[in-house]
Design a protein around this ligand. Structure first.
Ligand code: SF4
Length: 64
């Protein structure tokens, strides 16, 4: 799987970092940084939750 983050949509809520701290980092008042754009399968649940709970729909999970 691959992660895509749209910086134009991200508003820095950091829900993604809460759900998957190994994959997303959000600096204070900043925008999301994807630490691992191709996370391993065992991160799937965390990453899927991050995508689901992002309030602005800025994250996409693509199957590769
Ligand atoms: S949850 Fe969504 S809006 Fe919030 S920091 Fe993550 S990507 Fe950005």
């Amino acid at each position: 799987m691959r992660i895509e983050a749209d910086p134009d949509l991200c508003q820095g809520h950091a829900m993604c970092e809460l759900e998957a701290p190994d994959v997303f980092e959000v600096p204070p008042k900043g925008k999301v940084r994807v630490l691992d754009a191709a996370p391993s399968g065992d991160q799937r649940e965390q990453v899927a939750a991050a995508v689901r709970y992002c309030p602005t729909g800025a994250l996409k999970l693509l199957e590769t």
